[in-house]
Ligand binder design. Sequence first.
Ligand SMILES: [Fe+2]
Length: 248
Amino acid sequence: MGKADFLQLVYEQTDEFMAQIEAPTLFIVQQFYPKEAILQFRQKVFEAGLETEPSWHPLFDDCPDYHRLHDNYPKAWVKSKMHATYYHGWYEHNRATFDFFREIFEVKNFLAGMDKSAHIHQIPSDGAIARVNIHHYPQGGGYQTEHIDPMTQFAKIQTIVQASQYGQDFSEGGVYAKASAESEPFMIDPHTEPGDLMVMSPGIHHGVAPIDPDAAYDWKQNAGRWMVMPIILYSDYPHAKNVKPKQV
Ligand SMILES: [Fe+2]
């Protein structure tokens, strides 16, 4: 569907929309963002990744923006091989990025029953914050194990912005979802273009099948599968509602 129809469904027929999400229905919102704008954003993230060393930081008030290589880390909540970048909404230097993705944060706040502008510029000690996650699954087997995500009040839906062109950036593997645990995986990428928004329940089985597994693995190549996920999440300060994803 188109962006205007999607936003109308969310804001004016909210119960109907959530019933469809839980059915489960996968929505592909075509050109939620202009293709060129998303590809430019991806290019900037890619270049920034080459200029700084990968690192990891817990989500406390001193957490910087950072990027990290996930390589089958044994203690990971969900095993994966990917390069992930994290931008935080409380930093002034990210203002343009968070304005750009604002409509997605607003939808999440609305579905949580909160003011549409909540959380976007909060700091970790406030409890929950806004973050833009960028996942890069390189060719040569970038993947994410099948899992389900916790359905917190801020994550009643998952919203994934497509940032790769299937058939060009990669031709095998990619993001999939299953209608039920026993269902065949539905491969989503062939049905999308960069800038499209995928919307589905966090609670359905999903993952990323290995990207072009026969190619050489190199995260310093701007190919493979890229996706952008604006999310609201609890910080790492102790919080009763801080729940983690679960491998299945
Ligand atoms: Fe997930």
